[in-house]
Structures are given as C-alpha cells and as structure tokens.
Ligand binder design. Structure first.
Ligand code: AMP
Length: 396
C-alpha cells in the first residue's frame, strides 16, 4: 500500500483530493473544522518535503452548477489558519483560471481549487474532466475517505492519469488500517456492536461481519424485528415485519459460524416517541401495546458490559437507543463508557458509519476510542466488505 512516505515531494506539485465538505453557518464561517484538521498532516508533509499542494474538494450539493453559497472560497481563511500557510484560491477547478493558478504556484505554497461539483462531470466520473484535473499535479494523493466509495472524477478516475505516481494520504491510510485491524487482523475476541434504526440498512454489514467476529451485540430499533421474529411481543416498537425471516436467518447463520449474539433482555419503553413520554423498564419480549422500546435497559447493559470488557477488538456502528432524546440516551452513553474502559485496558476500538459518529461526538467519546472514522457512507460500505473505488484506483 503506497502512502505519502513512499514519495519525496521536493519540486513536485501534489494534487490532493481532500474532504473539505465542512458545515458553514449563515455568515459562511466553518462551524466544524475537524475535516480540515484531519488533512493537515498530509498537506504539511508535501510542503516540508519542498513541494506544493493543489487541494481539490467538493462542498455541499451544487448539482453541477456554480453556486456562490457553496464556494470553497469561504473556507480559504480557515484552511490558512489551520495549516499555518496562506492558501491561494483558483476560481475554477479546471480551465484557464485553474491552469494559470497552478502555473503560478511556487514550491511551499498551497492552492485551493473551486468546488469540484460545480461541474456535472465530477460526479459523472467524466474522463476528459479527470484529465483536465490531472494536469494540476505531478503526483496524485487521495486523502478523502468520506468520498472514497464514489467513483467520481477527483476520487477515482483521475488516478489513472498517474501511473506509478499516486498514493494514499495519511488520513485515508489511517482509515484503511483501522478497518483492517477489525476486519482482518483483529486480536480476539472481536465484538461488533450494531445499533441504529433498521435491520434493512444493516443486513449486508451483519452478513459480512459474521465471518470476522466472535460476538455480535444487536441493539437499537433493529432489535425488535429479531424479537418479534422469535415470538416476542414488541408493542408499538419500530419493526420491519417483512424482514423477520431474514432476522431468523441471520441468527441461524450466526449459530452455524459460532458467533455469540447478544440482544437486549430488557428495554426502556415509552408510551410515545417523545422525550417527555411516560416510561417503564419492561422485558424485551413483553412490551405492552401502546408502548415502544426506545433504549436498552439495565440488565441488558450489564450483559453488554461484560462482553465489551472481555473484547480485544471492538467495532461500534449505530446507537442502542434514540440518543437524540435525553431520556433515551443512557444506553448509548453506557456503551461508550464500556468501550472507553475496554480501550484503556488495551482493546482496539473503531467507531464509525452513519450516525455513530454524531453520537460519539455528542457525548465526548472521540478521544476515548482508538479510532473514529471520518466517512459515514464509505465506512458502511467498507464494513459491508466492498472494495471502495477510490481505494482500488490507488492500488491499481
Ligand atoms: P442508523 O443511521 O441506522 O445508525 O440509525 C440511527 C438512528 O436510530 C438514530 O437516529 C436513533 O434515534 C435511531 N434509533 C435507535 N434506537 C431506536 C429505537 N429503539 N427506536 C427507534 N429509533 C431508534
């Protein structure tokens, strides 16, 4: 796997795909700089070698049209502050404006190109557009894990114009290593905690990880499809009736593969999907009509705790309750605390995919787990066992 350390960028222009799709407030100020911070080591390595960095990214969903609200010019100042070097800006990512800006770029300097998605060709993975982008650098570096599952021009197609001169940035390399540490080289026992709303969105992940893990903790809304399929009464809990056969099949597969499955035995049920609803702890198989399970109960958490503390490798995807409402956040916070303790005892813990990162950030677990993935969809697809096009294009 080629990374930045395999190259010396002296007198070279690095064309770097970063993920600067950051949130902006009404005054176009960046409200969360973590994606920019995450790209910093890669950019600094190029500059410290004596090279120049040409940065390209998308921002928002302009759908192929220029849109001043989504101009990357808004973030130039923030990037300059974070990297500590003044960032120049090109008013387009291809064509004369970009070509001239790249030609004027001196070693040690940084140039940020305008939003890639102002051109339809970016998401279409257009060859000619990719070639026009490729002109901007001597070496291509992909450091955008968040878009690595897309076969777009800047994330995938452009790589073919850099035979033998392309590599992963530090951030993308870290993401790949973290996933490998769980999916391929994880120390036993390996536990996956899967929560979230629906079984249907997690099926492929579950099927893929049954071959990799020793324990599977199922929590959150998807629990109830399994419980009802096994004959339990789930009241008004979220349930996908058409996925019950699949749920039973997953449990059978798990048994055949020797994977221990743990599900909640008790839940905090509410008489409405509301933070101020009436609540009671009930047996997971005996949820009364008119009530819905919205968080894991204390007996369940005790079981989950033992499993997590006995694990050496932990993957967490999806909350075990409706964590957005304070009344139902306890289970998700408890899981975070157990993972924190296990990590302090030497386990490797990876959190990522979909909403998990939001939960982790909300409750301040970011620094307590071994690794928080920066890519929602890309992480989910990796867990599903797919080879991401952006990664394949570098390995090619
Ligand atoms: P996902 O994106 O699939 O990981 O799902 C995350 C969502 O699942 C969060 O917004 C949670 O509020 C929701 N969720 C977790 N547990 C439950 C539950 N018991 N009932 C309904 N929604 C839930």
């Amino acid at each position: 796997m080629k990374t930045l350390d395999d190259y010396n960028f002296e007198d070279k222009k690095a064309l770097i795909r970063v993920d600067f799709n950051v949130p902006l407030d009404g005054d176009f100020k960046v409200t969360d700089t973590s994606r920019i911070e995450a790209a910093k080591p890669t950019i600094l390595k190029v500059l410290e070698d004596g090279g120049a960095a040409v940065l390209m990214s998308h921002l928002g969903r302009p759908k192929g049209k220029s849109n001043p609200d989504m101009s990357l010019s808004h973030i130039c100042e923030t990037v300059s502050e974070i990297i500590g070097v003044e960032v120049k800006f090109a008013s387009d990512c291809v064509g004369k404006a970009a070509d001239d800006a790249v030609a004027d770029l001196e070693m040690g300097e940084i140039l940020l190109l305008e939003n890639l998605r102002f051109h339809d060709e970016e998401e279409a993975g257009d060859e000619a557009f990719s070639k026009a982008l490729a002109k901007h650098g001597d070496i291509y570096v992909n450091d955008a894990f968040g878009t690595a599952h897309r076969a777009h021009a800047s994330t995938t197609i452009v790589a073919k114009f850099f035979p033998g001169k392309k590599c992963f940035g530090y951030l993308l390399a870290k993401e790949i290593k973290a996933i490998e540490k769980v999916m391929r080289t994880g120390e036993k026992s390996i536990t996956a905690i899967l929560g979230g709303a629906k079984v249907s969105s997690k099926i492929t992940i579950i099927e893929n990880i049954l071959d990799k893990v020793d324990n599977l903790i199922i929590g959150g809304g998807m629990t109830y499809t399994f419980i009802k399929a096994q004959g339990g009464k789930v009241g008004d809990s979220i349930c996908e009736d058409d996925k019950m056969d699949l749920a039973l099949d997953i449990l059978k597969q798990a048994e055949a593969k020797g994977v221990q499955v743990y599900m909640p035995v008790d839940v905090l049920a509410a008489d409405a999907f509301d933070n101020n609803a009436k609540t009671q702890f009930v047996d997971v198989n005996e949820i009364p009509e008119g009530w819905q399970g919205l968080d894991a109960g204390p007996k369940s958490l005790e079981i989950f705790k033992q499993v997590i503390l006995n694990s050496k490798t932990i993957l967490w995807n999806g909350p075990v309750g409706v964590f957005e409402m304070e009344s139902f956040a306890n289970g998700t916070i408890a899981i975070g605390n157990y993972i924190d303790e296990a990590t302090q005892n030497g386990a490797f813990s990876l959190v990522g995919g979909g909403d998990s990162v939001a939960a982790v950030k909300q409750f301040g677990f970011e620094d307590k787990v071994s690794y928080v993935s920066t890519g929602g969809g890309a992480m989910l697809e990796s867990l599903e066992g797919r080879t991401l096009p952006g990664i394949a294009a570098i390995l090619d």
